[in-house]
Design a protein around this ligand. Structure first.
Ligand code: CTP
Ligand code: MG
Length: 259
């Protein structure tokens, strides 16, 4: 795509989480994948996609290791590459997004918010999101089909790990369901307005904000879905890390696995 004619697009890379579920005892962005920290895979993918005029990385507060990695990476960026900005993340993912939005360059029109935990997102997904924004959408999310049958229950734990049986209350129509990924793309003014609406949330409301698009939906702004990719999985649990390692080591290489 011709990025020279597209409006200034920033990518916010949220990498400030602690990685509790991965259980490595270190922030997830630092955990090695194919011999390199997860953060580096995510950064390289963004730069390779060619969509970003600025990449703003939200890091765990005071994490000198990740900051130094980013500073080294900055020296690898060629002339005409994106500006790399670092910011301390916040207590919640939404806080990290807000911290990053506060330091975007003047003139930025579009923003993509991407999870560092989705370290293997192919370039084509970034490009599809940006193309949909350029075509006039104010909010765009990459999605993939849901393979499991999905039921609603009366939850006892909130995370599906109940020991006692839970009562099933219904079955969702799978053809109307999509699993949602990042990068999620927005008109910047729309994303700012969406996050202002969430600034007064209490702790439990804030914990329920699992993506940015749901805040935009609350404004009544249409959100459009484009095709994501299965290798864009969010590395959350040890099993996900095994899968990501397998994708990197596969005979064809991760960039060919799309679908
Ligand atoms: N994230 C962030 N700031 C936070 C929490 C999360 O920037 N306060 C980022 C994570 O670094 C990750 C993305 O949001 O790239 C998605 O979050 P998740 O997969 O939940 O990562 P963690 O919060 O690190 O993992 P866990 O919930 O298991 O602790
Ligand atoms: Mg988390």
């Amino acid at each position: 795509m011709d990025t020279a004619t597209t409006p200034a697009t920033a990518v916010i890379l949220v990498a400030a989480g602690s990685g509790q579920r991965l259980g490595y005892g270190m922030p997830k962005a630092r955990v090695p994948l194919g011999g390199e920290p997860i953060l580096m895979h995510a950064l390289r993918g963004i730069v390779a996609s060619g969509v970003a005029s600025q990449v703003c990385v939200a890091l765990p507060e005071g994490d000198g290791v990740l900051r130094a990695l980013c500073d080294d990476f900055r020296t690898e960026l060629v002339d005409g590459g994106p500006l790399l900005t670092l910011v301390d993340g916040g207590a919640s993912r939404a806080d990290s997004v807000r911290a990053a939005m506060a330091v975007l360059e003047p003139g930025t029109q579009a923003v993509l918010v991407h999870d560092a935990a989705r370290a293997l997102t192919p370039e084509s997904v970034f490009q599809r999101v940006v193309e949909a924004l350029a075509a006039g959408a104010k909010a765009v999310i990459p999605v993939i089909p849901v393979v499991d049958t999905v039921k609603t229950v009366q939850p006892t734990t909130g995370d599906g790990a109940a020991i006692a049986p839970e009562l099933v209350t219904g079955t969702a129509h799978r053809e109307t369901l999509r699993a949602v990924q990042t990068p999620q793309g927005f008109d910047l003014a729309t994303l700012r307005r969406a996050h202002e609406g969430a600034a007064g949330f209490d702790a439990s409301e804030a914990a329920a904000v699992t993506d940015d698009a749901m805040l935009v939906e609350r404004l009544g702004v249409p959100v459009h879905a484009v095709r994501g990719a299965s290798q864009s999985l969010k590395i959350t649990t040890p099993l996900d890390l095994i899968i990501a390692e397998g994708l990197l080591e596969g005979p064809l290489g991760v960039r060919w696995v799309e679908g």
